[in-house]
Ligand binder design. Structure first.
Ligand SMILES: Cc1cc2nc3c(=O)[nH]c(=O)nc-3n(C[C@H](O)[C@H](O)[C@H](O)COP(=O)(O)OP(=O)(O)OC[C@H]3O[C@@H](n4cnc5c(N)ncnc54)[C@H](O)[C@@H]3O)c2cc1C
Length: 437
């Protein structure tokens, strides 16, 4: 059985590992990158706390000793279900069974202006771009004469009060409090404001009320200006305008307010559901197709407990991969298959040093502060792929903790030719989406 896995993220990689060296299956893992990205720590790359290579792991290294898993670095354009093939930039790839594990990308909800000027953080490259932009703005501020322009260059607006927005704004506030004044003595950091804008009435909407309140308190303590019930209407690269008419002058808007499934073209027999996700049955099968499955962020499995599909988090992708791997092997062996059931082990978010919040479902428990922060760190260290990466991340954290400093505030300049018509941010995004620029 030739199984093609589209996407080597949390779900796709886990599935390939579970099928590794198993008899009767030949696996081809296809991803546009040749490395796995550990998305939960993107925000630390963006804020110069970690090097990009510490959270990326070469996919080929995982399967060096594999007898049946092969890899292709390719951009998937579309599926042709009748021909049982994937069309990619390196040619067609045929399959017996296809597993779509292409995850999700940023959702700007059709706002082209925001898409052009705001930064998103759905890949290592984008996290690095944020870092460059932050540093370049500060460099520019040191030579700028107009006080209003200096403030605009220093201000940052993070949009979206979910875990990513909370973690990002907390880390930015710590940079502002501990690191940047030492690097830029000529700038007055009391003029720098970090905004966190959230459309609903509270932060961390998917977590408990206690976590939401506690995280808001932590952010206030760090000096983040939190504005709930605030929806962004537009951003022209200089001025951010909210739907209530209020405005923020900022050269940096970081968008963490929505995601949409990365669905390859050609799936014509199925209509996507909320969040551009593919509706799958309890076995992750994309009915009425009999040979196409979807797992992780791109899949939506409706159950009584999860009427809008499971949360788009790594454990769901990993557990769906585990269940699908054992079902595919069971099918080959003529054994019964099992419906997917999600074991929710809880959720957490970190805000800064010694500050995090944790919610556990069974027993129902909430805790915050130093203990939660330790748990958050231990869990993330365990999940990072590769002993070397784990070690480097740990050492970095210890170094940052002891010195109140990070050492990665490097600017690798974007190469922007005068003839380029589009700003680098848009070019990079198009590149991420597979378009040649
Ligand atoms: C900033 C950030 C922080 C997060 N923090 C947490 C957290 O703390 N805890 C948590 O549980 N979850 C977190 N998540 C969510 C978590 O990362 C996702 O739920 C998880 O990655 C989903 O796994 P997946 O396999 O479905 O997709 P992904 O892991 O996103 O993998 C999709 C893969 O498909 C590839 N791909 C997509 N389209 C194509 C194409 N056309 N051609 C070729 N390849 C393609 C991509 O390159 C990628 O490797 C975070 C996400 C982000 C963005």
């Amino acid at each position: 059985m030739k199984i093609v896995i589209a996407g080597g993220g949390f779900g796709g990689l886990r599935l390939a590992r579970k099928l590794n060296n198993k008899r009767g299956v030949e696996v081809l893992l296809v991803d546009r990158f040749n490395y796995h990205q550990f998305q939960p720590l993107f925000y630390q790359v963006a804020t110069a706390g970690l090097d990009a290579s510490n959270i990326s792991f070469p996919l080929r290294k995982v399967f060096q000793k594999s007898t049946n898993v092969r890899l292709r670095m390719a951009d998937i354009y579309r599926v042709e279900p009748e021909q049982k093939k994937l069309v990619t930039d390196i040619g067609d790839i045929s399959y017996d069974k296809l597993v779509i594990a292409t995850g999700a990308g940023t959702n700007f909800f059709g706002n082209k202006e925001l898409e052009t000027h705001a930064f998103s953080m759905k890949s290592t490259v984008e996290a690095l771009q944020i870092r460059h932009r932050l540093m370049e703005n500060l460099e520019q501020a040191t030579v700028e004469k107009d006080p209003q322009e200096i403030e605009r260059l220093m201000n940052i607006a993070v949009v979206g009060g979910g875990p990513t927005g909370v973690e990002l704004s907390g880390a930015l506030a710590e940079m502002k409090n501990y690191v940047l004044p030492k690097d830029y003595p000529e700038l007055d950091f009391s003029k720098m404001t970090i905004y966190l804008l959230e459309g609903s009435g509270k932060l961390l909407g998917a977590m408990s009320e206690k976590s939401s309140v506690q995280a808001t308190g932590y952010l206030n303590r760090l000096g983040v200006t939190v504005r709930t019930n605030t929806q962004v209407a537009s951003y022209d690269g200089k001025t951010l305008t909210n739907k209530d008419g209020s405005q923020i002058q900022t050269a940096t808007v970081l968008w963490a307010a929505g995601i949409k499934g990365h669905v390859p073209e050609g799936i014509t027999k199925v209509e996507t559901v909320r969040g551009n996700r593919l509706p799958v049955n309890q076995f992750n099968l994309l009915e009425p197709y009999q040979d196409i499955y979807a797992i992780g962020d791109v899949a939506s499995m409706v159950t009584t407990e999860y009427p809008h599909g499971h949360p788009q988090v790594a454990p769901v992708a990993i557990q769906q991969a585990d269940n699908l791997a054992s079902n595919l092997l069971a099918e080959l062996a003529g054994k019964p298959t099992h419906a997917f059931s999600y074991r929710d082990k809880g959720s957490m978010a970190t805000v800064g040093r010694n500050l995090a919040v944790v919610d556990m479902p069974k027993p129902k428990l909430h805790f915050g502060g130093f203990l939660a922060w330790l748990v958050w760190m231990a869990l993330h260290l365990m999940l990072i792929l590769g002993v070397k990466n784990r070690l480097f991340v740990f050492l970095n954290w210890v170094y940052n903790y002891v010195t109140y400093d990070q050492s990665l505030r490097l600017i690798f300049r974007e190469f922007h030719r005068p003839s380029d018509e589009q700003p680098p941010v848009l070019q990079a995004r198009k590149f991420m989406e597979g378009e040649k620029v």
